[in-house]
Design a protein around this ligand. Structure first.
Ligand code: ATP
Ligand code: MG
Length: 319
């Protein structure tokens, strides 16, 4: 596995020595393609789960490039499942509709009215715009949520918090915020076997037919584990996990993750990301990577270059 040569300091573009393509000679372009060959062979037929964060997809040009990368991966034989977020898009729609939300520890309390909007935005707007982008790039994508084929059964998320003064632990009711209780990979396998690219909205079906809003990182991790994915990539809006000085950590150990969460260096939206990666690699995923989805062709740099980009998390026995 690559990862040993991960370079902490260099920017992703400098790191792999790739200049803008128009500045390259035909010889250079041929050399780049040829260097990618060992990786194409290594990953042919492998399943990759890619989580595309709502923060990383705001820009039209970024979304188009992401879609082109997905089509390229499929073209070289990698079986890709995309799971997307959409926090900012949900926020702006709720604002337009003048629906107010309360937040507990960064989680939106989701009542019946709010979850309707969440599903419309995720399964409708965001999911279909990604499907359209992949289609326009020449791929064949199908947009689904965990409700399709009942492939993600959800249960209410039990969010626990210790009262700072009494120290009594309480379970908070967040409404229709859920977590995956069971993921059936067979529907996704059928799509992948047919050469299609599933694009998954993080919505699950509750036991009484309820709609549950699931954190997209959690959803993607559960999907990656159910598929025993070779790689789990989380595209976000930062280079990877940063230390207290703001430097990129090339590879994060399990102990380091726990320390950084306890110290507050890893906080907010990065906490579910890191926890999900740790769980995914303990549940059969070969490696997880957190990387910047705003960097042009970030997935290609990670997969087809020796040093890789972002922060790598591997199973603990590999440390
Ligand atoms: N140690 C850390 N290193 C890097 N980023 C961190 C760290 N701790 C917290 N963060 C925050 O985590 C954010 C990424 O998570 P966030 O939930 O905001 O985005 P996302 O998951 O990509 O998008 P979405 O939630 O819409 O799917 C970063 O923008 C950064 O502000
Ligand atoms: Mg997030």
């Amino acid at each position: 596995m690559k990862g040993d040569q991960r370079n902490e300091a260099a920017s992703p573009v400098e790191e792999c020595g790739i200049a803008p393509t128009h500045a390259l000679s035909l010889q250079d372009k041929a050399a780049i393609l040829s260097e990618a060959l060992p990786y194409m062979r290594r990953y042919a037929g492998a399943i990759f789960v890619i989580k595309y964060g709502g923060h990383a997809m705001g820009d039209e040009a970024i979304r188009r490039r992401f879609a082109e990368d997905i089509v390229l991966l499929r073209q070289v034989g990698i079986r890709v499942v995309v799971v997307h977020g959409g926090g900012p898009q949900i926020g702006s729609m709720l604002k337009r509709l003048k629906i107010r939300s309360a937040f507990v520890d960064g989680l939106r309390v989701t009542d019946a009215e709010t979850v309707e909007v969440v599903e419309m935005v995720l399964s409708g707007l965001v999911n279909k715009s990604l499907v359209a982008a992949i289609t326009r790039a020449g791929g064949m994508a199908v947009g689904i949520s965990g409700k399709d084929g009942g492939f993600v059964e959800a249960r209410p998320l039990e969010h626990r918090r210790r009262d700072p003064t009494s120290h009594i632990e309480e379970v908070l009711d967040l409404g229709f915020v859920g977590e995956p209780a069971r993921v059936d990979p067979s529907l996704l396998m059928r799509f992948l076997d047919a050469g299609l690219t599933p694009v998954v909205a993080p919505i699950g079906l509750g036991p009484a037919g309820e709609t549950f809003n699931i954190n997209a990182d959690t959803m993607a991790g559960a999907v990656a584990a159910a598929l025993k994915a070779k790689r789990f990539m989380l595209l976000t809006d930062v280079e990877g996990i940063l230390d207290s000085q703001g430097r990129l950590i090339a590879e994060l150990s399990h102990d380091q993750a726990a320390e950084m969460i306890a110290a507050g260096t890893i906080h907010g939206g990065m906490i579910p990301k890191v926890r999900t990666c740790l769980q995914a690699v303990e549940n059969g995923v070969d490696a997880a990577v957190i990387l910047n989805g705003r960097v042009p062709h970030a997935p290609l740099l990670e997969i087809f270059t020796e040093s890789g980009v972002g922060t790598l998390i591997r199973p603990s026995q590999g440390e």
